[in-house]
Design a protein around this ligand. Structure first.
Ligand code: ADP
Ligand code: MG
Length: 677
């Protein structure tokens, strides 16, 4: 008996070469193979008589071979196999081009099924039909039924896959992990039957039933996993904080502006969490410029004043430094010890920081991943703020707990990525979400244009005209390559622009620069030494330079809409009228359509949903996390299905997931946990 985990190379009929070709299709083990769903079906279930066959129609017939031969042709390397077949109603000519081997498979007197398009060229002919020889005692695999069509490659054909998948499913022992009551209530097929029907449906109704069941699984399991982790997380201990509410007013009064309603609501939601004994796990979501930093600053401030420590982690050195300056400035009247720690902090300074941190003298520490360094110990870390960090998982959390006398801090993650609702439920069901829906400075006036290549110089002229003492242009090249190639990409762009923008000062920014160099470049850009900055998308998650009025994005098609939206958030921050020029070499009409939608739609949520529809979750949220969303049949746009699965997942957890052994084993695997943080 084969197991689901068995390597495909161990299967009968799969050699080294086939195994390699299968791997290219993402199939490594038996499980991958049986879950390799057809991309379409070919319905050749209805067999008709030759007299009933109509011209220019897809037909399937059953007939006897009278004659078969390879006909010589004048052209070299070109062969025609000519066949004459009959049934009791008539005769038909069949031609195959360049498949001389068919002569070995089909013999005179054989009974064959043939399916293809019937044509009329002086006589009726069937060209290059699919065929299957009827053999007594053997089930048909391809014709006379609805046959699956798979994504193929040069070595792996649908014909071959049909032959290997069917016996596999039939002979495997496939235990169903879905609780019986769910199956009963929803009238779902059993897993094994569903798999059989999705590959080899008796009819389209059965295929639909199978799809219902399997699509449900796809959304149910990840939701159950998220909710299970939420529950587990709530068992952890944290510091329940006593917050002095009068401090909130003091803080507000020290600000040059008043908070928006959504900022207030978010703060209130966070404070409610902080009072609890179990750790907060909250996501603060809001477009670029919605004012997340101030919310985080207030919370860090309250935690510090309550006698605990708080840290804030940023994805890059530049951002960490910017946050440090801003937060220090916001809190300058409150006499707190606030420090910065990044990988470039000098060794001696680091040592002092470590000591002060362990003693509890540092109240707020801002930094990069360096904050997770194993030598760092806290006295009483009660809050971790994570800004735009997509990789903060179970392991990091464990490290933090170890540094913190086994107590888990409260977590507040911040992101400008709009997460479509269905996705929030499925993948981030373990997080509570606060959302900043208002833009404190009002809607920004950014105009977006998709510029055809022939108008490139017109766009350059426009930029030239607008550059000035306090106007900058930012040029973004997607980081298609890393390392040397990345540098080459920006350097080539530099050469292109240098001809046109002589004397304007052009700066370069890419991932390979040292933190100091990056800082220096950005400083020069801000000050106007550089009026134009060419950058890879390293800039995406950070910089706040209000002078940027124009942005050019090269190869814009390489970005997702949500990503482009992030980039758009970087410009016109002083409230001035500003412009984005998108360029693409792509001739694909779909691409153009996508970029056109981007130039029209301003709402980040709508863009994210559109991205989800067009490019799928992997593209929206990075490939690293795409494996998690193994949606083949379900769709993120199916809100009903996702809500239904959520209800069922909640019910399973209420009953106690341990009761459902198979399901429990699938879900408790922590490595699969996903975090947006
Ligand atoms: P985000 O991190 O969400 O992109 P920031 O926190 O950096 O946004 O805020 C963007 C700008 O708006 C900052 O200059 C900030 O000081 C300012 N700001 C934040 N909240 C308000 C508010 N309620 N009223 C006016 N300006 C605000
Ligand atoms: Mg921010």
């Amino acid at each position: 008996m084969v197991s689901l985990q068995e390597d495909v190379s161990k299967l009968f009929g799969v050699g080294q070469e086939r195994a390699k070709a299968l791997e290219k299709l993402g199939i490594k083990n038996v499980k991958d193979l049986i879950f390799y769903y057809p991309r379409a079906y070919r319905d050749f279930s209805k067999i008709i008589k030759i007299t009933d066959a109509k011209i220019n129609q897809k037909v399937a017939i059953k007939a006897k071979v009278l004659e078969i031969k390879n006909r010589p042709t004048r052209r070299r390397r070109f062969s025609i196999t000519e066949v004459l077949v009959t049934d009791e109603t008539g005769a038909l000519k069949v031609l195959w081009f360049n498949q001389p081997f068919i002569l070995k498979n089909i013999k005179p007197q054989d009974e064959v099924l043939l399916a293809g398009d019937l044509e009329f060229q002086k006589e009726l002919v069937l060209k290059n039909p699919e065929y299957e020889v009827v053999k007594s005692g053997q089930e048909l695999k391809h014709l006379g039924q609805i046959a699956p069509v798979y994504k193929e490659n040069s070595k792996i054909t649908s014909r071959w896959l049909r032959g290997i998948i069917k016996p596999l499913i039939l002979n495997l022992e496939i235990s169903d992990f879905l609780p019986k009551n769910i199956k009963k209530e929803k009238k779902f097929l059993d897993l094994k039957e569903a798999l059989l029907e999705i590959h080899f449906p008796k009819d389209l109704k059965h295929q639909k039933k199978a799809k219902e069941r399997l699509a449900f699984d796809e959304v149910f399991v990840p939701q159950l996993r998220s909710l299970f982790f939420k529950k587990e997380f709530q068992k952890e201990k944290s510091f329940p904080l006593k917050i002095d509410l009068s401090l909130i007013d003091k803080f507000k009064n020290s600000l040059p502006f008043s908070l928006t309603n959504s900022q207030r609501k978010a703060i209130w939601e966070i404070l409610k969490d902080l009072k609890k004994e179990n750790p907060m796990n909250r996501l603060l979501e809001g477009d670029v410029g919605s004012g997340k930093t101030i919310v985080a600053t207030l919370v860090l401030f309250l935690v510090a004043k309550a006698g605990y420590q708080g840290i804030m982690m940023a994805p890059t050195e530049i951002l960490a430094f910017e946050h440090f300056l801003k937060i220090k400035n916001f809190l300058k009247c409150f006499n707190l010890k606030i420090n910065l720690l990044t990988s470039t902090t000098k060794a001696k300074e680091k040592r002092l920081l470590r000591e002060d941190l362990e003693k509890g003298e540092i109240q707020i520490l801002i930094g990069t991943h360096a904050l997770l360094n194993k030598n760092l110990k806290f006295k009483n870390l009660a809050l971790v703020v994570i800004d735009e960090q997509h990789r903060f998982g179970v392991k990091q959390r464990k490290t933090l707990r170890e540094k913190n006398k086994d107590i888990l801090p409260h977590f507040l993650s911040m992101t400008a990525t709009p997460i479509p609702r269905t996705m929030a439920l499925t993948a981030y069901g373990n997080l509570d979400i606060s959302y900043l829906s208002e833009m404190p400075k009002g809607e920004r006036k950014v105009k977006t244009f998709l510029v055809p290549q022939e108008k490139r110089f017109k766009a350059y002229n426009f930029i030239k005209k607008h550059l000035s003492k306090d106007t900058r242009a930012l040029v973004i090249c997607p980081s298609i390559a890393q390392g040397k190639l990345e540098i080459k990409a920006v350097q080539e762009e530099y050469k292109k622009l240098e001809l046109f923008f002589r004397n304007q000062g052009i700066g370069l920014l890419h991932g390979k620069l040292k933190a100091e160099e990056k800082k220096e470049t950005l400083k020069k850009f801000k000050e106007g030494v550089y009026k134009i900055l060419i950058s890879t998308s390293v800039i995406e998650v950070g910089i706040d330079i209000p002078e940027i009025k124009i942005m050019m994005i090269e190869n814009a098609d390489r970005f997702g809409l949500a990503q482009l939206h992030q980039l758009r958030g970087r410009i016109g921050r002083a409230g001035q009228k500003s412009y984005i020029f998108l360029f693409t070499d792509s001739k694909n009409p779909e691409t153009t359509k996508r970029l056109h939608s981007f130039s029209k739609i301003k709402d980040g949520f709508r863009l994210a949903e559109l991205d989800l529809e067009i490019r799928g979750p992997g593209e929206v949220f990075g490939t690293e996390q795409s494996g998690y969303f193994n949606f083949k049949l379900a769709s993120f746009t199916d809100f009903e299905l996702i809500l239904e699965a959520k209800r069922e997942a909640e019910r399973v957890l209420e009953k106690g997931i341990e009761k459902f052994k198979l399901l429990y084993n699938m879900v408790k695997d922590q490595e699969k946990e996903i975090h947006l943080e």
